[in-house]
Design a protein. Structure first.
Length: 357
């Protein structure tokens, strides 16, 4: 492929005239905008060890009272987006949030969708649109776009959770804002799954706020389901559950997708190369995550991210215990935009898939 003309090859007076007219020549930027063969993601493979992050988060607990923070969060910032980055990938924001006993993170609602993956501690809860969602380790709690939410803590030790939001995308679209609210009246508890597998609420009998009938996905249930799936399908490599919206059968939220994945003892799993970026959070066990040429060793509560179009391999470093991951990715967004791509792993012989249909 031949080189295209550069900006500095153009006469200075011509460049100045273009700038005055609000015009920019395309050709110096064409290859960066449309690189050959595949995108050049800004997202870098990154690993955030909980052991390193935790003391800094606890320090934030003494440095900044909740009233001065509203949400006491350290953002897992991907340096690929420059210093001061507030994103993990193009569409995903990750933050570790700390709530101390007795603290209160006041009610608000906003346009970005959020989920919480509970990392440590007992006794906290999120109230979503009047539904009280207890927070236990590994639970997934949804706060979809536009729903009121606030966090409280009746326990005795710090509670930490991982926030996953589509904030970078919504902000890029100039659609991000929030509204502060009053403390919510609680009129229900989202303490268990609404329906067993194969059943879903019939229209007219849905809980209030029927677009999102399920707001809390308890880890205890997901873990049991993964173990059962692994046992019943011994030949299946990827033992994986998707968090879905029982009202639609589709992804739990519109923009980001969420899965729970189990690696059998000693298992190594090569994931298909896909267009969306992905985040891997180790709920339980000990694991290795290989992202392209980069290898991360994950301990419990560690988080890492992988750009799209990059081979990812997961491995369980334990020979006798399963490992459990929470996976977040941008696949619902790519599906909706018609951009989703799955490619063969390099070295494999099957052809590149450009059209998932
Ligand atoms: O808990 O509502 O990490 O509004 C970032 C923005 C958490 C929250 C974040 C938020 C929240």
């Amino acid at each position: 492929m031949h080189d295209l003309g550069r900006l500095d090859e153009l006469p200075a007076d011509y460049r100045a005239a273009l700038a005055r007219a609000g015009l920019v020549p395309l050709w110096p930027s064409l290859r960066a905008l449309l690189p050959p063969g595949q995108p050049r993601p800004a997202t870098r493979p990154m690993h955030w060890a909980y052991e390193a992050l935790r003391p800094l988060l606890m320090q934030a607990g003494t440095l900044t009272p909740i009233e001065k923070a509203e949400r006491r969060v350290l953002v897992l910032a991907n340096p690929g987006f420059g210093p001061g980055s507030l994103q993990a990938s193009a569409a995903m924001y990750l933050g570790m949030q700390l709530l101390l006993p007795g603290e209160w993170a006041p009610s608000h609602r906003h346009t970005p969708n959020a989920v919480r993956m509970v990392v440590e501690g007992e006794g906290a809860y999120t109230t979503v649109q009047g539904q009280r969602c207890p927070m236990q380790r590994g639970d997934l709690i949804l706060t979809p776009t536009g729903l009121w939410h606030e966090h409280g803590h009746d326990g005795t030790a710090p509670v930490v959770w991982l926030d996953v939001l589509d904030l970078p995308l919504v902000h890029y679209l100039e659609a991000s804002y929030h509204e502060p609210g009053e403390r919510q009246a609680v009129h229900g508890s989202a303490s268990g799954p609404l329906c067993p597998e194969g059943l879903r609420p019939a229209p007219g009998f849905q809980r209030e706020g029927g677009r999102y009938p399920l707001l809390r996905y308890p880890w205890a249930d997901a873990r049991v389901a993964l173990l059962a799936l692994g046992e019943r399908r011994p030949a299946q490599a990827a033992v994986q559950l998707e968090y879905v919206n029982p009202a639609t059968g589709g992804p739990a939220q519109n923009i980001l997708g969420f899965h729970a994945l189990m690696l059998r003892p000693g298992q190594r799993l090569a994931l298909p190369v896909r267009s969306p970026a992905a985040v891997f959070h180790l709920i339980e066990g000990t694991a290795e995550v290989r992202v392209g040429e980069t290898v991360f060793r994950l301990a419990e509560a560690d988080t890492c991210c992988a750009p799209g179009f990059t081979p990812v391999q997961l491995a369980n470093r334990s020979a006798d215990r399963p490992a459990f991951f929470f996976v977040a990715d941008e696949s619902p967004l790519h599906e909706k935009l018609g951009l989703i791509e799955t490619r063969s792993v390099p070295g494999a012989s099957s052809p590149t898939t450009l059209d998932p249909a």
